[in-house]
Design a protein around this ligand. Structure first.
Ligand SMILES: [Zn+2]
Length: 231
């Protein structure tokens, strides 16, 4: 008999192939089956057992009432998202996200001076139900809304606050790509002259994108930020 089981569509592969779900990677079955990876989730997700069985394509131990079916489906999506948040921080998850990053699945930075830097999905919260997914640019270190409305109901917690930091730690070449693009900043000019720093339209917020380049600048910054005298 040929191996039919591997060709069958699983709940996970089906969920990840739905419209607007292309930011998700398919979490491995082994990761979900390891209870350690699910620590704490049973207290957050209603119908936890049923939801877990659904994700893993197991027959439910007790049959689910038709009236509960929609709730269990919703719980399964929530549970999968929270597992996904953890999975993409693992070696395998990072690799799968890296291949999506390379293929520009998450899009490119809309800021002109970031020169098409590829984006990474991020949540501003780790708790579900608070904010939808945002996209982080490693070049300008800012976050953006996805440019298509199909992503506007994807919970940011399904990617989490840690992912981009972990990704750049694992793939320093991404940091280098961002560095190569430089930290160029737009400078408004009037007939070729810089606009005065104190002007309303002047570059007063320029420092927002500035980072200290050497030790002396870092010390100046720290003095400025933390050593304001009150007397
Ligand atoms: Zn950018």
């Amino acid at each position: 008999m040929s191996d039919v089981s591997s060709e069958l569509e699983t709940w996970i592969s089906n969920y990840c192939s739905l419209y607007g779900h292309d930011y998700f990677v398919e979490v491995s079955q082994e990761f979900i089956e390891d209870d350690f990876n699910l620590t704490g989730l049973s207290s957050i997700v209603p119908f936890y057992r049923e939801a877990l069985d659904m994700i893993l394509d197991f027959e439910p131990e007790t049959s689910i009432a038709v009236s509960d079916m929609a709730l269990v489906q919703h719980s399964a999506e929530l549970l999968f998202g929270l597992i996904h948040q953890r999975f993409i921080l693992t070696k395998m998850g990072l690799q799968m996200m890296a291949s999506k990053f390379e293929q520009k699945v998450f899009g490119v930075c809309p800021r002109y001076l970031c020169d098409g830097m590829h984006l990474l999905p991020v949540g501003t919260q780790d708790v579900p139900g608070l904010e939808t997914v945002r996209l982080f640019c490693p070049c300008c270190a800012d976050i953006y809304l996805p440019n298509s409305s199909r992503y506007l109901n994807i919970d940011g917690a399904f990617f989490g606050t840690t992912f981009p930091g972990m990704f750049m730690d694992k793939y320093p070449e991404v940091v280098n790509q961002a560095k190569l693009r430089g930290k160029q900043q737009f400078q408004l000019k009037l007939f070729g002259f810089k606009v005065n720093e104190s002007s309303q339209v002047g570059p007063r917020m320029k420092w927002l994108r500035q980072v200290p380049k050497n030790e002396q600048e870092r010390r100046d910054y720290e003095e400025c930020a933390y050593a304001i005298k009150n007397d």
